[in-house]
Design a protein around this ligand. Structure first.
Ligand code: PLP
Length: 433
């Protein structure tokens, strides 16, 4: 390794913010040279099997020829144009596809540049929808505890108040109404009683609530919890009964991860507004979409502002839309359910049994997502170092070691991920306390 390598990492440490870490005593970062298929290649020479899909975004692996081709051919056409007054084929094709494959009734699309922004857009849509009907009193948001919807301000106001660290921004965040987190797990017998508080909250607050936002079936960053579809069904019914819009945040779950194309399908419901992001471009570029029902778009458009008040500079970027089209085509033209099913089966066979290990509180699998909940908080720097030594890229947080590998992963590579988890679970220095 050259000096240059050390200098680069030192410059990075001194000058560049990384997510959720201190600038004074940052967690270490590893320098990436390239990535190919399911492997991330470090400048220091190690090749790591990616268990994280770069935070739920990579679907078909890195450096995929089809996705590369889509981008290079789009570059020679047009890389970017403003979306105000102009449109283009990649955006039109992507909108057509999303309307076809998402749950029924969602046929108006707003493209934006990240998951958090798509949540801001969804929230603004809901607020403007009620304002346009002169029901401005419906201006609050309802959600569940343990949720995560992004790091921008409206999104933060519907994240779990504790893990989302609301207290730091308490004086600026919108005050949302929080229901308890869904309790019954997806594989448990449904308990109707868990709806009691939710029913009461709807009854008491519906007149002031614009929308209920929720991650369908999988609560991701707020705990990697898989909850019962009956909860989502009941929530849909309550939203209908009390005239509250239902926003489904499918940013992490959309496009196959849970074993359904969209997690709402587990409960056979359609939300009124849906957010997509992350794997929309197969992990190549940042792009998000907020879809809504046509009557919501019409109501907003016929209201006081006569338009929807949002317009990001890179809205519907042609490169991002073209790689999204290629990635979705690639997904749909394979038997993706079988692929996810096989990953799921192997994770169930190999990861679920880790439950007997001392440091493990729980293990669970849904689709291509595998979770080991530990009894102690992980020591991120140490556990990360050990994972790199073991040839895998897994980034745990809190008491959660989880994987959701790219769909192209091979059985022996899944085994290597699980074995690495098994190894660190027996190493006390990988955990705090
Ligand atoms: C469910 C959910 N919503 C929203 C977001 C925010 O997306 P982004 O990081 O692209 O802003 C995330 C990111 O982890 C997420 O998991």
């Amino acid at each position: 390794m050259s000096n240059n390598y050390t200098e680069k990492l030192e410059f990075d440490r001194q000058h560049i913010w990384h997510p959720y870490t201190s600038m004074s005593t940052p967690l270490p970062s590893y320098l990436v040279k390239s990535a190919q298929g399911v492997y991330i290649n470090l400048a220091s020479g190690e090749s790591l099997i990616d268990g994280m899909s770069s935070w739920w975004s990579v679907l078909h692996g890195y450096n995929h020829p089809t996705l590369n081709d889509a981008l290079t051919s789009q570059i020679s056409q047009v890389s970017h144009v403003m979306f105000g007054g102009l449109t283009h084929d990649p955006a039109i094709k992507l909108a057509q596809t999303l309307i076809d494959i998402t749950p029924n009734g969602l046929d108006r699309i707003f493209f934006s540049d990240s998951g958090s922004v798509s949540v801001e857009v969804a929230i603004k849509m809901a607020l403007q929808y009620w304002q346009s009907q002169e029901k401005a009193g419906k201006h609050k948001l309802m959600t569940v505890r343990n949720g995560y919807h992004g790091d921008t301000f409206a999104a933060m106001s519907v994240c779990d108040p504790v893990t989302g660290m609301h207290q730091i921004f308490d004086n600026v965040l919108m005050k949302s109404i929080f229901a308890p987190a869904p309790q019954t797990a997806i594989d448990e017998t449904w308990h109707e009683q868990e709806l009691e508080t939710l029913n009461t909250l709807f009854k008491n607050h519906h007149h002031e609530v614009a929308a209920f936002i929720i991650e369908p079936i999988v609560q991701g960053t707020g705990g990697m919890r898989f909850y019962h579809p009956q909860y989502l069904k009941a929530l849909r019914a309550l939203c209908d009964q009390y005239d509250v819009l239902l926003i489904a945040d499918e940013i992490a779950t959309g496009l196959g991860r849970t074993g359904k194309l969209f997690a709402c399908e587990w409960a056979e419901i359609s939300p009124d507004i849906m957010c997509l992001g992350k794997t929309l471009t197969g992990g190549y570029l940042t792009l998000a979409a907020t879809l809504c029902r046509s009557d919501i778009a019409t109501t907003i458009s016929e209201g006081e502002a006569s338009c929807f008040m949002h317009g990001p500079t890179y809205m519907a970027n042609p490169l991002a839309c073209s790689v999204a089209n290629a990635s979705i085509d690639l997904l749909l033209k394979q038997d993706w359910q079988m692929v996810v099913g096989k990953i799921s089966e192997q994770l169930s066979q190999e990861l679920l049994p880790l439950k007997v290990i001392d440091k493990v509180a729980n293990t669970r699998v849904l689709g291509s997502i595998g979770v080991v909940e530990t009894t102690h908080v992980v020591n991120v720097a140490q556990i990360q170092k050990r994972f790199v030594e073991l040839g895998v890229w897994i980034r745990p947080f809190g008491k959660l070691i989880y994987i959701m590998p790219p769909l192209i992963i091979k059985p022996e590579e899944i085994s290597k991920l699980v074995n690495a988890i098994k190894t660190v679970l027996t190493e006390p220095e990988c955990f705090n306390g």
